[in-house]
Design a protein around this ligand. Structure first.
Ligand code: GZL
Length: 331
């Protein structure tokens, strides 16, 4: 799979594919976004979910900067949150005979067919950020990303502690991530498992906000119209929580006080809202997967056996903890 082209031809080819690495690649790739070396340069095809949130933007930056740092020729495609665009991009990477394919599956299901095509083309696959529900784990070398169930559990555990010793009902509304995505499914699962232990916790409404601020605001406005007794919002990411804050303030209520807010990610804007007391608790989900991904890409090209699961390290934040680290946050 290595490019054995003579250096002059490789340079010419590279000049041809070096395009502005725009983020609206749609179905096609947006060309190389890294300075490639000589003919033994590794080419990585990467299909990104989209640009739906601050987390995603930071994840894209991490992948692009790490590829450049590693001297890996990155062919980057932005799927604009559509599975069909990711499948088209993966097929395009097969045609281009890239050395490795990595992608963050926008949803868990519907990947077996295209991943079998990649396997037949003998190109290693690395799942990045999100998982697939394929039972055939030979279809990918490894999955690097967070434990979303644990993030949901950490969110539920904070709530249980916050209402310890109280008996009155706690009415919760939930802004879910993208329907069918691993983070949405697993965060809901983890949170639900923890609060199920105490019947005072009731999820009175739960709907997808598609991980975006705009949708989070829109759905929270609907929740506020339908329910006058909301105590807590659990949002599967900061961006939906930030949109919901706008809706809550628009309804004349104080976010973080009248309605307690729990979110996941810990991007800068979320951490600012946490420091300001508008969010009460954030479970971190690190987007900085780029360097680990490039190490895995190099190992895959060498034919090394990779750990099937590579977990990312992350923590949780209260308002005081956010104030202490805000200035140093990388994303
Ligand atoms: C989680 C990632 C999620 C983030 C959202 O690893 O897939 O997608 O939590 C992002 O902010 O849109």
């Amino acid at each position: 799979m290595f490019k054995k082209l003579p250096a002059i031809l490789a340079a010419g080819l590279m000049a041809a594919v070096l395009t502005a690495c725009g983020s609206s690649g749609g179905t096609g790739t947006t060309g190389a976004t890294s300075e490639a070396g000589g003919s033994d340069t590794i080419t990585l095809g990467f299909s990104q979910v989209g640009a739906e949130s601050g987390w995603r933007t930071a994840n894209t930056k991490s992948v692009q900067e790490a590829a450049k740092e590693a001297g890996i020729d990155l062919k980057f495609s932005d799927a604009q949150q559509k599975q069909e665009n990711q499948i088209k991009a993966i097929r395009s990477f097969i045609q281009q005979k890239v050395d490795v394919i990595a992608f963050s599956p926008v949803v868990e299901s519907g990947w077996d067919t295209v991943l079998k095509e990649v396997k037949d083309a003998k190109i290693p696959v690395i799942l990045t950020d999100r998982a697939v529900d394929s039972t055939d784990t030979s279809l990918y070398q490894t999955f690097i990303g967070s434990d979303f169930v644990l993030e949901g559990k950490k969110s539920g555990e904070w709530l249980v502690k916050e209402y310890e010793g109280k008996s009155e009902p706690v009415n919760i509304v939930e802004l879910q991530g993208t329907t069918g995505s691993a983070p949405a499914n697993d965060r809901k699962k983890g949170f639900g498992e923890v609060i199920a232990a105490d019947p005072k916790f009731k999820v009175i409404a739960s709907q997808t906000g598609d991980f975006t601020r705009a949708k989070g605001k829109e759905v929270m406005e609907a929740f506020l119209k339908a329910h006058k007794d909301i105590d807590v919002l659990f949002a599967h990411n900061d961006d939906m929580g930030l949109g919901a804050i706008e809706a809550i303030e628009g309804a004349g209520l104080k976010p973080g006080t009248d309605i307690k807010i729990i979110t996941i990610d810990a991007v800068k804007d979320g951490m600012q809202a946490l420091a300001d007391g508008k969010i009460n608790f954030i479970a971190e989900c690190s987007p900085l997967l780029g360097p680990q991904l490039m190490d895995l890409v190099k190992k895959a090209v060498k034919g090394e056996q990779l750990e099937k699961r590579v977990l990312t390290e992350e923590t949780t934040f209260t308002p005081e903890q956010a104030k202490a680290v805000l200035a140093d946050r990388k994303y």
